[in-house]
Design a protein around this ligand. Sequence first.
Ligand code: BG6
Length: 467
Amino acid sequence: MAKLSFPEGFIWGSATSALQIEGATAEDGRGPSVWDEFCRSHPEKIYEGASPEPACGHYRRWREDVALIRELGHNGYRLSISWPRLFPGGSARLNEPGAAFYDRLFDALLAAGIEPNVTLYHWDLPQELGEKGGWENPDTPLRFADYASACFRRYGDRVKLWSTLNEPAWTALNGYVTGLHPPCRLRDYSGALRAAQGLLRGHALAGAACARELPGVKAGIVLNMSRIHPATPSADDAAAAALADGMINRWFSDGVIKGRFPEDIRNYYAKAGLLPEGLEETEALLRAAPLGFLGVNYYYPHYASADAKDTNFHLNISGRADEDCQFSVKGLFRFVKNPRGRFTRWGWEIDPEGLHDLLLRVHETSPGLPIYVTENGLGRVEELAGGIVDDQERIDFVREHLRSVHRAIAAGADVRGYYMWSLMDNFSWINGYKKRYGFLYVDRATLDRHKKQSALWFREAALANAI
Ligand code: BG6
């Protein structure tokens, strides 16, 4: 088959987040985040009671990691800054040793020819702000904007690609509806909408601060997006799919792209008495914040059925075949398994076509908006055998998704890069450490890194700018 070439300057990289790789959670003045506290107080909710300590020990091994990224031929790397490392407790006082860590990291990345794409918030809210109401507290977006401004001032001479938030929909949904993430609230729909509003205000204020502090630089945001199909051709299932799509995708994508929440979902929430106060003000803030790009995190599609007799949320965190994912909101929609689908061990459907469709949808909603695939990857159970990890399955996964990206570019979408999740096996939130995503295998006993076969395959693709 002829090679598919990507546009000149296309970014070939991988992604991580601070909490999932750094470890050193109490070093050099870092304060606790809501995730440190959640893991400490609710080990039963996390596979094998794992915690983000030591994660991958990246805080100490960052030099080696930058050298590895370079060896892997990447020209970009997506990472996040830890808010509680820079401003422990969410305070206004900068913690210099924490800030200096990222100075060293950015300098080393640039010296190695690797462009950083930096996310300011990847779920590690300072614990003290969590205790004061987290993203529901109207003060939190203001604190976030201050933290963001400090980062723009300090690192803006070196970092040109900034994302404000990672997956605000997931923070709101899992924090307040499914109860799977901190603050572990169950079925608190109005809390979820208040938190979503706080997150989007934080994004807007940080976006405006970026334009002010760094003329010519416009921050982006990273959204988790899924194609949501009706489970059957029935009108009821079509309506259920449209509703789920509006709540999970469009509320956020229309919010940040158009500065206007979708009318149908807004009416729906208004009727249910769930709309938070101040929505117009939030829209005005969003319209005043120039959006530099959209980061799309894509893993799987959903199939929605209107037949939702109860409310039930469950994620497969063990990777066992007898554990099913469930997501059902009584009377609204229930996600069902695609009978024709291919699935990972954790029950996530593999559907590269979905990425193509989402990229085109973003392009059609906002022609010309730069897009990055900020996450896409495959979680596996893996072992090191004779010094290698044979992950042909991951090579196939990444290749198929890159083909979709290529087709979306050919159809006009301005996709500028692809960051595979993840650079290395890491702390996979409530899945603990069993679910491995990396190009680099991390030995849990020694934290030593080993290149997987997929890393070598991706290196060739990156160097050729083609697959
Ligand atoms: C995304 C997150 O939702 O999915 C990452 O931004 C995360 O942080 C990735 O690790 C994969 O999800 P999980 O739960 O399998 O680790």
